[in-house]
Design a protein around this ligand. Sequence first.
Ligand SMILES: Cc1cc2nc3c(=O)[nH]c(=O)nc-3n(C[C@H](O)[C@H](O)[C@H](O)COP(=O)(O)OP(=O)(O)OC[C@H]3O[C@@H](n4cnc5c(N)ncnc54)[C@H](O)[C@@H]3O)c2cc1C
Ligand SMILES: *[C@@H]1O[C@H](CO)[C@@H](O)[C@H](O)[C@H]1NC(C)=O
Ligand SMILES: *[C@@H]1O[C@H](CO)[C@@H](O)[C@H](O)[C@H]1NC(C)=O
Ligand SMILES: *[C@@H]1O[C@H](CO)[C@@H](O)[C@H](O)[C@H]1NC(C)=O
Ligand SMILES: *[C@@H]1O[C@H](CO)[C@@H](O)[C@H](O)[C@H]1NC(C)=O
Ligand SMILES: *[C@@H]1O[C@H](CO)[C@@H](O)[C@H](O)[C@H]1NC(C)=O
Ligand SMILES: *[C@@H]1O[C@H](CO)[C@@H](O)[C@H](O)[C@H]1NC(C)=O
Ligand SMILES: *[C@@H]1O[C@H](CO)[C@@H](O)[C@H](O)[C@H]1NC(C)=O
Ligand SMILES: *[C@@H]1O[C@H](CO)[C@@H](O)[C@H](O)[C@H]1NC(C)=O
Ligand SMILES: *[C@@H]1O[C@H](CO)[C@@H](O)[C@H](O)[C@H]1NC(C)=O
Ligand SMILES: *[C@@H]1O[C@H](CO)[C@@H](O)[C@H](O)[C@H]1NC(C)=O
Ligand SMILES: *[C@@H]1O[C@H](CO)[C@@H](O)[C@H](O)[C@H]1NC(C)=O
Ligand SMILES: *[C@@H]1O[C@H](CO)[C@@H](O)[C@H](O)[C@H]1NC(C)=O
Length: 584
Amino acid sequence: MSPVSSLLIKVWAVVSVASSLAQAAPSEPRTNNASCRFLPGDAGWPSVSTWSSLNDTVGGRLIAGSPLAHACYGSNANEAICASLQENWATLDPFLADPVNVQSMLFENTSCSPFYGPFSANAAYQNATCSMGNLASYAINITDAASAIAGVNFAREHNIRLSIKNTGHDFLGRNMGKGSLSLWTHYLKNASFFAYSSANYTGPAARIGAGLQVQELYEASAAAGYRVTGGGCPTVGAGGGWVQSGGHGPLSSLYGLGADQTLEFEVVTADGQHLTASPDENADLFWALSGGGPANFALVLSVTMKAHEDGPVAGATLSFTEDDSDKYWAAVEAWQRHLLVLDTIPGFQTMVGMAKGSFSLDYVTLPDGSVDDINAGLAPFYQELASLNISVTNDTRVHDSFWEHYQYFEGSTTWTRNDSVGNRLIPRDAVRNETTLAALTQVYKDILDYPNSYFYIIAYNVTHTVAGNSRGDNAVIEAWRDSLYLNNVIILNDPQATSEELGEYAQELNVWQENMRAVTPDSGAYMNEATYDYEYWKDDYYGETYDKLVEIKHKYDPGYVFWNRPGAGYDAYELKADGHLCKV
Ligand SMILES: Cc1cc2nc3c(=O)[nH]c(=O)nc-3n(C[C@H](O)[C@H](O)[C@H](O)COP(=O)(O)OP(=O)(O)OC[C@H]3O[C@@H](n4cnc5c(N)ncnc54)[C@H](O)[C@@H]3O)c2cc1C
Ligand SMILES: *[C@@H]1O[C@H](CO)[C@@H](O)[C@H](O)[C@H]1NC(C)=O
Ligand SMILES: *[C@@H]1O[C@H](CO)[C@@H](O)[C@H](O)[C@H]1NC(C)=O
Ligand SMILES: *[C@@H]1O[C@H](CO)[C@@H](O)[C@H](O)[C@H]1NC(C)=O
Ligand SMILES: *[C@@H]1O[C@H](CO)[C@@H](O)[C@H](O)[C@H]1NC(C)=O
Ligand SMILES: *[C@@H]1O[C@H](CO)[C@@H](O)[C@H](O)[C@H]1NC(C)=O
Ligand SMILES: *[C@@H]1O[C@H](CO)[C@@H](O)[C@H](O)[C@H]1NC(C)=O
Ligand SMILES: *[C@@H]1O[C@H](CO)[C@@H](O)[C@H](O)[C@H]1NC(C)=O
Ligand SMILES: *[C@@H]1O[C@H](CO)[C@@H](O)[C@H](O)[C@H]1NC(C)=O
Ligand SMILES: *[C@@H]1O[C@H](CO)[C@@H](O)[C@H](O)[C@H]1NC(C)=O
Ligand SMILES: *[C@@H]1O[C@H](CO)[C@@H](O)[C@H](O)[C@H]1NC(C)=O
Ligand SMILES: *[C@@H]1O[C@H](CO)[C@@H](O)[C@H](O)[C@H]1NC(C)=O
Ligand SMILES: *[C@@H]1O[C@H](CO)[C@@H](O)[C@H](O)[C@H]1NC(C)=O
């Protein structure tokens, strides 16, 4: 951890003392309408002593939420701390380690920005104030089932909105909620490896706490001699939002998505029960949790996934820049056609970032493969590049384990939080057909004409053959099985962007999702990297799974203790302009 981020953690400790923010919300209309979750300031909001007795129940683990940049405002405002916050506002660390502050700038909505207020360089913003905005009012630092049960019961009994925060990575703001009690699962980091045996699977398995992050999972798995599926980004929570929405990563072409690897979930349900969900117990809940969306059916304490014997993994990078637009786009089209070949090589996975005139294959992952296998796989593409007179930089090598491969190739990647995303799953048939391939390429050209945009072509073979399951076995949409690649489209924003600008970018991403949909009408999208307010959310994020998911939602959580947009069935409730969440 850098010196700067430890300073930020100290900042958090200072501002959390000023918990009055969580209580006072004088501008809120006072309502006591039980059709709506109570907000601070409402007559029905629990009293300080009621919160205090919750704190006793959870052994003093209740935390009053506070905006990170609170230190930039008020009579105790500190210019040095604020300058450090400004400098690091687009980095992830301070948000990963905080119980209520989350990554999405769109949902933070400049409600407490270090760039506004007294230390703003812009006089027009110096009168801005700091408020809680969409942040949770309180969080419970969850360490066991009992504290999770206490939190769920408190929210239900007191008609308070509940939210769940794990790493805070979510792009759709599903990890927060104005006036909510947040269940913070970050410290559930247990990992154990053991022999599993059930009617469906006999073999090694890993049971991981919901808070275990991808790099921690890979490291622990390697130490035990295994590979377990996780995401590409080292800090995503493997047992949180990742696995519950599908979850893709560098091992996906070998084992399928995260949700294809689940054996059981240990959960707390909306009625406060501590249950196991597996193909043998509460099978419908298990089905929904395996890809049907996070924070909607139950709180997850741990997930058990298949573990696989480790072994050598080959990897490679490949990059080039090309200023001639015709040549660049010819190369991008050639890459898409070439993915149809890579798709047939067992385990071959690629992830390429495209910005105007640049192509950067972050890394190939080819488990149990060799340098020759990778070079042979890429050779036809190299030939096409040579015929376009494009010269490339590459690096190909084999490591002894997946963890070593991952550290080497992921090590040079920097993740920031000043981005918003949308996506589309692109089917093999759309790339095979020259008409649709050209139409897709035109959509991508238009996207790169937008300032500060780029896209990521992430190619997996996650057919049922690879995943080792059958249609309908879990809540992952079939569009994944037919897809050649996932296209993540991204807009970077200035960390000082206004909420209007952030709103415009979000709307632009909806347009891009629609434009890609128009070319691939029968496909879908990956909800974790999609927009929150998309017109075709039911069709594209849930497709054929939607009706069954809503049925399971209503069975396990008829009172909507869990709610997030766009969770299956979320439209039974509406978020009002004043922040109240109300039954429709
Ligand atoms: C930098 C970055 C890189 C990414 N890379 C990848 C990638 O390689 N592959 C991929 O598939 N996705 C990737 N994602 C998307 C990622 O899968 C989602 O953001 C996911 O929601 C993160 O889950 P989390 O638990 O880490 O985050 P959080 O934001 O804490 O939670 C996300 C959602 O899950 C819910 N949730 C969290 N914990 C629990 C729990 N214990 N029980 C019930 N619900 C819970 C939250 O309420 C929220 O709705 C990336 C995201 C970012 C920001
Ligand atoms: C309570 O809220 C619901 C949902 O918004 C609304 O339909 C109803 O009219 C409200 N009732 C009162 C008494 O305000
Ligand atoms: C909960 O109790 C602990 C221990 O007494 C205390 O440190 C903490 O501030 C309390 N939380 C709240 C929100 O009051
Ligand atoms: C951000 O704030 C604006 C203005 O208050 C509001 O209209 C918008 O809905 C908010 N956006 C989010 C994602 O909360
Ligand atoms: C900021 O507040 C001061 C004092 O109330 C006022 O004079 C000034 O016009 C305000 N500035 C802006 C940009 O609103
Ligand atoms: C949360 O709990 C963990 C585990 O007990 C502890 O290490 C950590 O300091 C706690 N964090 C906060 C902010 O209370
Ligand atoms: C985590 O592991 C420790 C030691 O094995 C055990 O005592 C504890 O109960 C586990 N916690 C959870 C939440 O599983
Ligand atoms: C589990 O096995 C049963 C019986 O073979 C099968 O019908 C079912 O699809 C399997 N479930 C999963 C989730 O693999
Ligand atoms: C996907 O992978 C499987 C197993 O390696 C392979 O048989 C198949 O050809 C690949 N492609 C498709 C479209 O199924
Ligand atoms: C590549 O370079 C050669 C030699 O300079 C030239 O003849 C050829 O036309 C170029 N091809 C392309 C596609 O630019
Ligand atoms: C780069 O790719 C070429 C063509 O496949 C291959 O011959 C060469 O060994 C690669 N170089 C490195 C450093 O990986
Ligand atoms: C290619 O796609 C176009 C547009 O969707 C369609 O009209 C055409 O029939 C397709 N061609 C083939 C060979 O499938
Ligand atoms: C954020 O986005 C801007 C584009 O507006 C980019 O220039 C900047 O480098 C990005 N990263 C950070 C850490 O600010």
